[in-house]
Design a protein around this ligand. Structure first.
Ligand code: KIV
Ligand code: ZN
Length: 515
C-alpha cells in the first residue's frame, strides 16, 4: 500500500511564541529550530518578519541555519509584508511565503472594513507578488470556519489561480466541531477548481479543547497539512498539539489508513522538554504524550496488568516518543562523552563553548548533590548555557536573615560588563535580593509571579525558581536553578530582566495580535 504523507507545519516559533510568557530570544529560537529539523517537521514557520526587527532576524537566522525543513515567513496581504518576508527568507534552502487575510463577514465588517470584492483583489495581488519571489506560497483564509462557504471557495479559487500551492483553512477562534470541520474540508475539495493539485492545510486553536480532534477529523476528510505547535502552546488556549496529532496517526493505522508523517517520534519528548525549559512554561502533568504522568500507572490493578503485559494498559511505549528513563543518569565520575550523549538525548545540541560551561556546572553540581537526574541537566542548560547576549549577570549574592535578623541582601551584578554592587533590606531574603537587583538595573518592571520548585526529590534537590515580570504590556518569564534557592531567585529575576532588555532592543514594533 502506498503511504500518503501528512505534512507537519510547525508554528511554535510564530503562533506559539506569540502567546504570553512564551517569547524566546534569537539563540533560543535557533536552538529550537534545529531541534524541529531533527524532529523531521516539513515546514517551520519561523516568525512574522514585518512584525518587528526581532522577528525578521529570527526568520533570517533560522532560514540560514536549517536546511532540512522548509522555512516559512508569515505576511499579511500588504506589499510591504510580503517583501519583508521575502527578504527574511533570502538564505533559505526551501523558502515558503505564507500570506493571509480574513474571509469571514465578521472580520470584513469589524476589522478590515473591506468588501468581499476588495478582499478577493487583495488575495490575487498578494499571492501573485509572493509567487514572484518564491515557488512555494501558502494562502490562509483567516477565520475560515466562520466564513461563508461559497465565499471561501471564491477566495481559494483566486488564490489557486494566482499560484498558491497550499490553502489553509484556519479555525482562528477555536469555534468549529470535528464533523463540521470535516464537512468544510470535503466541500472545499469538491468545489475549489483545481483542488486535486492543492494541499489543504488545517490550523486549529484550542478554545473549546477540540484543536486536535478537529485537525484529525480534517485529515480523514482529505487535509494533508496539519499546522501545530510543540506542547500545544499558542494564542489563548493554544494551538493543535503536534505530539498528539502525530502519535494519534501513528497509533491508529487502522483509522488513518495509508497515512503517516515524517516525524522521528523519538525526538518528540526531547523537543517538548527543550521548549518547556527554554520558555519556562511547564507541561501540565496529565498532558497527553509528554506530561509527567502520561505513562505513569498508579492504580494497583493497572500496575499489575502492565507488569504482566504492557499492552494491557499501554497503547504506545515511552521509548517510542524518546522518553529516557529517569534513573540516576550521571555521577561525578562521568566524563564529557557520557554528558554530551545525555544532553543529546534530552534535545540539547551545544556548541563547544557552552558545552564546556555546562560540563563545568554539572561537575560542580555532582560534587554537591548525590544523584543527578535529567531534570537537573535541563536546569543546568537552561540556567547557564542558552543565555548569550545578556546585559545583566549575577556575580555574588549574600544574604543575612533569620529569626532575629532584618533580612538584608548584598548583590553584585555585572551591568554591560561593569561590576556594580547594592545592599537592600526586605520583608524576607528574596524581597531584599530583588530590591537590590531592581536598584542596580533601574528596572520599571512589575513582579507578577514568583514560583519555587524542587527540580527533583530529596533534601539536596536543586531549587528551580521562575519569575514572571511585566513591563509596558509585555510579560516574560525568567528561570534560575541553584542548590540555594535565594541564589536561584536572583538568577531567575535577572534572567527575566535580560529578556525584557532583549525585547527592548529587538522589538521596536510589536507583533499584530489576534491571529
Ligand atoms: O489562527 C490563524 O488564523 C492564524 C493564521 C495567520 C493562519 O494564525
Ligand atoms: Zn493561529
Amino acid at each position: 500500500m502506498t503511504v500518503e504523507r501528512i505534512r507537519i507545519f510547525d508554528t511554535t516559533l510564530r503562533d506559539g511564541e506569540q502567546s504570553p510568557g512564551c517569547s524566546m530570544n534569537l539563540p533560543e529560537k535557533i536552538a529550537l529550530a534545529r531541534q524541529l529539523e531533527k524532529l523531521g517537521v516539513d515546514v517551520i514557520e519561523a516568525g512574522f518578519p514585518i512584525a518587528s526587527e526581532g522577528d525578521f532576524e529570527a526568520v533570517r537566522a533560522v532560514a540560514r541555519e536549517v536546511r532540512g525543513s522548509s522555512i516559512c515567513g508569515l505576511a499579511r496581504t500588504g506589499a510591504a509584508d510580503i517583501d519583508r518576508a521575502h527578504a527574511a527568507l533570502e538564505g533559505a534552502a526551501h523558502p515558503r511565503i505564507h500570506t493571509f487575510i480574513a474571509t469571514s463577514d465578521i472580520h470584513l465588517k469589524h476589522k478590515l472594513r473591506m468588501s468581499r470584492e476588495q478582499v478577493l483583489a487583495e488575495v490575487d495581488r498578494a499571492v501573485r507578488q509572493a509567487r514572484g519571489h518564491c515557488d512555494d506560497v501558502e494562502f490562509s483564509a483567516e477565520d475560515a470556519t466562520r466564513s461563508d462557504w461559497s465565499f471561501l471557495v471564491q477566495a481559494f479559487d483566486v488564490a489557486v489561480q494566482a499560484g498558491a500551492g497550499t490553502l489553509n483553512v484556519p479555525d482562528t477562534v477555536g469555534y468549529t466541531q470535528p464533523d463540521e470541520y470535516a464537512a468544510l474540508i470535503r466541500y472545499l475539495r469538491e468545489n475549489v477548481p483545481g483542488s486535486e493539485r492543492i494541499i489543504f492545510a488545517v490550523h486549529c486553536h484550542n478554545d473549546l479543547g477540540l484543536a486536535v480532534a478537529n485537525s484529525l477529523s480534517a485529515v480523514l476528510a482529505g487535509a494533508r497539512q496539519v499546522e501545530c505547535t510543540v506542547n500545544g502552546i499558542g494564542e489563548r488556549a493554544g494551538n493543535t498539539s503536534m505530539e498528539e496529532v502525530v502519535m494519534a496517526i501513528k497509533t491508529r493505522p487502522d483509522v488513518f489508513k495509508g497515512l503517516d508523517t515524517n516525524i522521528a517520534t523519538r525526538e518528540i519528548y526531547p523537543s517538548s522538554r527543550l521548549l518547556s525549559s527554554t520558555i519556562g512554561v511547564p507541561v501540565q502533568p496529565n498532558k497527553a504524550i509528554v506530561g509527567d504522568n502520561a505513562f505513569a500507572h498508579e492504580a494497583g490493578i493497572h500496575q499489575d496488568g502492565v507488569l504482566k503485559a504492557a499492552i494491557t494498559y499501554e497503547i504506545m511505549t515511552p521509548q517510542s516518543i524518546g522518553r529516557p528513563s529517569n534513573e540516576l543518569v550521571l555521577g561525578k565520575h562521568s566524563g564529557r562523552h557520557a554528558f554530551r550523549d545525555r544532553l543529546t538525548e534530552l534535545g540539547f545540541e551545544l556548541e563547544e563553548e557552552p558545552f564546556q560551561e555546562a560540563f563545568r556546572r554539572f561537575k560542580d553540581l555532582a560534587d554537591a548533590k548525590k544523584t543527578i537526574f535529567n531534570e537537573d541537566l535541563e536546569a543546568i542548560v537552561a540556567d547557564s548555557v542558552m543565555r548569550t547576549d545578556e546585559r545583566f549577570q549575577v556575580d555574588q549574592v549574600t544574604v543575612l536573615s533569620g529569626t532575629f535578623a532584618k533580612p538584608t541582601a548584598t548583590v553584585e551584578l555585572r551591568v554591560d560588563g561593569n561590576p556594580k554592587k547594592a545592599t537592600a533590606l526586605g520583608i524576607g531574603p528574596v524581597d531584599a535580593v530583588f530590591k537590590a537587583i531592581a536598584e542596580l538595573t533601574d528596572t520599571k518592571s512589575e513582579l507578577v509571579r514568583f514560583q519555587v520548585n524542587a527540580v527533583t526529590g530529596g533534601m539536596d534537590a536543586l531549587g528551580e525558581v521562575s519569575v514572571t515580570l511585566s513591563e509596558d504590556g509585555r510579560r516574560v518569564i525568567g528561570n534560575g536553578a541553584h542548590s540555594d534557592i535565594i541564589v536561584a531567585s536572583a538568577k531567575a529575576y535577572v534572567h527575566a530582566l535580560n529578556k525584557l532588555e532583549w525585547h527592548k532592543r529587538h522589538r521596536q514594533v510589536s507583533a499584530p495580535r489576534g491571529i
